[in-house]
Design a protein around this ligand. Structure first.
Ligand SMILES: NC(=O)c1ccc[n+]([C@@H]2O[C@H](COP(=O)([O-])OP(=O)(O)OC[C@H]3O[C@@H](n4cnc5c(N)ncnc54)[C@H](O)[C@@H]3O)[C@@H](O)[C@H]2O)c1
Length: 315
């Protein structure tokens, strides 16, 4: 059945893939973005689609969801991706981070519940676990005191609010990668940075010894997890409520990553090692038992995801 969905952050990396997929499945999308870190060009594939309507607005705007619902009566599912996405930026701007990543989310969740929307999916983060040393990390390990940044705190408050309210779902994403991830900021995801370096024929820069590891998930698998959470999955999985880790359950070292990207981009295999960065965590890996039980299984192998990312970046 055709649904009308709100996607906040639709001009961003993940939001643009999610929007495209919803439209491809015949749903209608109301998109909101203020271009804080997103781009018009990310919406190229769907901006003229008759089932897509875009509002350049901030999610901090009072009563945003109520106003959108008045205009789009059929609006039924919210995908809340808009956020301050840079951890270092959040350290410099803690108040704004709290407004966008927690308060605006709480307000929209309350409105969605009061208006009887069928589902509300929030983009949580592995940063909610801070430097958790029990690996793989289970959902219940997150607690009040362990986050290392305002980004992590605000995401944790939002996920917890969703869990306590008994309405909606928070997907705690680990490290996501794929086409359209912005490589231009020095704080971009490590994969988009390595691909950028590789294609430019530069040595890759690693902070620390490269033994640190992350759980990397390809963006189309993230979209699948969203569709399951919202109950829009073509195989009938979901919907989901509460908090779920979303990752592969397998961690990869940064050195391994550099080696694969080096081969794919024919970059020189030399690596510039720099001192470890303060606040960087050593290892991160999701316990994915809960979302696996819900039927989710990553489909895109790491090497294939990297090859697709390199191909996209090289165009
Ligand atoms: N990329 C990852 O590895 C990762 C991991 C964990 C969680 N997440 C979460 O997933 C979501 C999407 O991240 P992304 O990687 O696509 O980042 P992104 O920066 O590409 O997308 C975020 C989008 O939100 C928009 N935005 C920011 N503040 C806004 C506001 N106040 N009002 C309206 N729009 C606003 C930005 O312009 C951007 O288009 C974020 O909530 C992020 O925290 C991402």
């Amino acid at each position: 059945m055709k649904k009308t969905c709100l996607v906040t952050g639709c001009a961003g990396f993940i939001g643009s893939h999610l929007t495209q997929s919803l439209l491809d499945q015949g749903h209608a999308v109301v998109g909101v973005d203020n271009f804080a870190s997103g781009y018009v060009h990310n919406m190229e594939g769907f901006k003229d689609n008759d089932d897509f309507i875009f509002y350049e607005k901030s999610i901090t705007e009072p009563h945003l969801l109520e106003r959108l619902k008045q205009k789009h009566r059929e609006l039924d599912i919210v995908f809340q991706l808009a956020a301050v996405v840079s951890v270092p930026y959040s350290v410099e701007n803690p108040e704004l981070t709290m407004q966008v990543n927690f308060e605006a989310n709480r307000n929209m969740l309350d409105s969605a519940r009061e208006m009887g929307l069928s589902n509300y999916i929030f983009a949580g983060s592995a940063a909610e676990y801070g430097n958790e040393e029990r690996l793989p990390v289970k959902e219940e390990y997150a607690d009040d005191a362990q986050q290392l940044s305002p980004y992590g705190v605000a995401k944790y408050l939002s996920s917890s609010y969703i869990e306590k309210s008994g309405y909606g779902c928070a997907l705690r994403f680990f490290n996501i990668f794929g086409p359209r991830q912005d490589p231009t900021s020095q704080y971009s995801g490590v994969i988009s940075r390595f691909v950028e370096f590789g294609l430019a024929g530069k040595n890759m820069v690693i902070f620390g010894d490269g033994d640190q590891s992350r759980d990397f998930l390809y963006v189309s698998d993230v979209v699948t997890s969203y569709l399951i959470a919202a109950g829009l999955d073509s195989e009938g999985r979901g919907p989901l409520a509460g908090i779920y880790n979303v990752g592969t359950g397998k961690n990869r070292s940064i050195l391994e990553l550099a080696s694969i990207v080096g081969k794919l981009t024919s970059a020189p295999q030399e690596i510039d090692f720099r001192p470890e960065r303060a606040g960087d965590i050593k290892h991160s890996c999701a316990d994915v038992s809960k979302i696996t039980e819900a039927g989710f299984k990553p489909e895109v192998a790491f090497d294939l995801g990297l090859a697709r990312t390199v191909e996209w970046a090289g165009k």
